[in-house]
Design a protein around this ligand. Sequence first.
Ligand code: SF4
Length: 233
Amino acid sequence: MARPTGGLIRVPTGASAVRNRAVRDRGMERQTAFSYRCAACSRCCYHKKIQLNPYELARLARSQYLSAAAFRERHVTDHVYLRQKSDGACVFLGAKGCTVHADRPLVCRLYPLGRIVDGDGEHFVELTPHPQTEGRYGKDGAIGDYLTAQGAEPFMQAADAYYQLFRHLGAASVPGAAGGADEGVSVALEALDLEGFVTAEAGRRGVTLPGSLEEQARLHCQWIGEMFASCPD
Ligand code: SF4
């Protein structure tokens, strides 16, 4: 991914996708000693505002055998946030923990870390845990090991690509980021349906669609960028 060379650019997953976060450490890198063992107490799955990018939404929608539109209708609020139950639990928290573990969003994979990408590159912060968390912190590994174990890499790549795209398009083009619906929201939501968009666009362009969702996400960013670039101001 092309990295920004100047200015402060924050990737809005990890740290900033967690409501009420409190940072108690800064400046950690992938080599920094860190380990965390989840005890499945599920306390971190309450009262979190989890924003989904199109890749995360597509992963979750596939896991539920739903189209992106049906998934948004059933499980998403304010266009891009996972719904919560009346007690503040994530809509996907079940009696035995996360019911979408294999397809959980990046913020859930990173927890209890947050990830920030800025002009100095990537760094990680440690979030203040729930006061009654049963998770075990340690130093018998590195942050990079933790990311690998959590399967975070494709999610970080997608987060970075979408963030760059949205930043390029401007906040007003991104549903949710502008604080609510606007005139372009239905068009934008169609464009944010990763699989629907790339399937239609591949047909229009007469190209074969790659099978992997990760490769489709890359094309999604590329083609949306091209589409907006060709629009008159
Ligand atoms: S998606 Fe799973 S891990 Fe993430 S908050 Fe919901 S229940 Fe918890």
